[in-house]
Design a protein around this ligand. Structure first.
Ligand SMILES: [Zn+2]
Length: 263
């Protein structure tokens, strides 16, 4: 059995999103306000205090010069208080807080880093999307993906991201459709054909690979069971692609993704 790192955003079996973001902001940089020597200002824009709302004061951690400092620290003790000066958007429920040292801190250019949990629309980790398409860590290790799930991930990678300037014939043309107009330069049949061709190439490459390397039967593409591409009935700029492939262990892997095109 071989494995890859799990990077899929949607569970191929249940079609539900995985990799939900915890909206935790890590080591954001701050400086002490040069007038009151207490309040933290965001280094990226010292006119404001916190860059984003804090979602739970208990999630806040602070480091000064690389050393974590607790709220009760005799020198660098701090507290989280409501920031009454931060202008909110009308009807917004977001409450901004600021972090203040309990005593004056007159360090020359101290490195102050703050980690905290924010709300989705302010999250730099997921760019407000709520999901992270990134390597996922579970109990200190990256998540491995094996067998049919790996086959699905490999097929999706091949379709969506394959690029090779040396062997362009072994990639999927789908990426070159970016910027084209549906119905004029491009049809849903072109999309369907590009997916079908990419899967067929992957099948050939895996067969060649199988002659020099042993692969798990559930990770080898046996048949392309179906590939459909249909324009969303409610939004003509969206093409929904669904494909099913089977493996040599008898399992099938559904592949689904959506392409949004120019109007
Ligand atoms: Zn997030």
């Amino acid at each position: 059995m071989s494995y890859d790192y799990n990077v899929v955003v949607v569970d191929p079996k249940s079609q539900t999103p995985i990799g939900a973001c915890d909206h935790s902001i890590s080591f954001e940089r701050y400086v002490v306000n040069s007038d009151d020597f207490r309040t933290l200002n965001y280094l990226g824009n010292p006119a404001i205090n916190m860059r984003a709302p804090i979602n739970g004061a208990e999630t806040v951690q602070m480091w000064v010069g690389g050393e974590e400092v607790q709220q009760s620290d005799p020198t660098y003790g701090w507290s989280v208080v409501v920031d009454p000066d931060r202008v909110q958007f009308p009807n917004s429920t977001d409450i901004f807080y600021k972090i203040m040292f309990n005593k004056d801190v007159r360090l020359v250019v101290p490195l102050i880093e703050v980690s905290y949990t924010t709300r989705q629309q302010y999250c730099m980790k997921c760019s407000g999307l709520g999901m992270i398409n990134d390597f996922k860590i579970s109990s200190g290790n990256f998540w491995h993906i094996t067998q049919t799930d790996k086959l699905a991930q490999k097929a999706l990678k091949w379709i969506l991201t394959s690029q090779c300037s040396f062997y362009p014939s072994f990639t999927c043309i789908l990426k070159s459709y970016i910027g084209k107009k549906l119905g004029i330069q491009l049809t849903e049949t072109d999309i369907q054909t590009s997916v079908l061709n990419a899967l067929s190439l992957m099948q050939q490459v895996q067969q060649a690979q199988g002659t020099v390397q042993s692969l798990d039967p559930s990770e080898i593409l046996k048949d392309i069971v179906s590939v459909t591409a249909a324009i969303d009935p409610n939004d003509p700029t969206i093409v929904r692609i669904n494909a099913t492939v089977s493996s040599y262990s008898g399992t099938t892997a559904p592949l689904g993704f959506t392409v949004r095109v120019n109007q």
